[in-house]
Write a protein that binds this ligand. Sequence first.
Ligand code: ATR
Length: 274
Amino acid sequence: MTDKYAVIGNPITHSKSPLIHAAFAKQTQQALRYEAILAPLDGFAATVQTLIEQGYKGVNVTVPFKFAAFALANQYSDRATAAGAANTLTFNAQGIVADNTDGAGIVRDIEHNLRHSIIGKRVLLIGAGGAAEGVLQPLLAAQPSALVISNRSVDKAQRMVKKITDLSSHTLTHLQACTFEDLQGQSFDIVINATSAGLSDSDLAIPNSIFAKNCLAYDMMYGRETPFMQQAKDNGAEVSDGLGMLVEQAAEAFTLWRGVRPETQAVMQDIRKL
Ligand code: ATR
């Protein structure tokens, strides 16, 4: 019998995950089916339950269900616990395992595909919503010399710092939260936009000083040039959208489920052409 997987979200019609996983399956000669499923906003748990009953092996989870996915699980990877959110669920005899492959996806895209090492670098993470939470711990694990979280509502950035500090066994002096105004005069080697401002084409109130010489400016969104990307370009930064992260987080989930790591380069090029 062919193993069944899916991505659950709302909305879901534009999801590229079925194409990505189909390409991985073909490339690695794995027999599996992967589809996109729309869950009602108040029906995530019921949708998952139905899929389990139908013999599905696991699901990816996207907006707005990543927190609900974490809450539904009874087993957790460390990176899911750190994020408090899950983008990958695996169903086993003991129940539901929550994992979060978003952070591994962005770190791999930055380090492996874009060839910017994070170790010893000054990193700025803009935003303190679900997208930022998902990547914080893997970014820290990549050992930047400084990791600053900046958010319009600074209390949310401060809460993220406190949460990860409480989970950590040692002090994290290089991890800080600040306002956009506090960024004035500071510069970073890697700047990551994890806000949803680009969705509405809104400018971020961030100063031009943040883009150091040879800076990589990374927007977790894909499919359009955001005002953040434009500002970064105008200030001489190398700019990337989040398509590589999308493909790499999928590769990480695929590896988890199938025990074989797919090649991502060709898949990334194909998806970009769509
Ligand atoms: P997601 O799951 O995409 O992270 P979210 O949890 O709603 O969505 O978080 C959205 C993030 O984008 C937040 O950090 C939000 O800032 P606030 O916490 O101050 O609301 C940020 N954001 C959205 N629009 C923004 C804008 N125009 N300027 C600055 N930050 C913005």
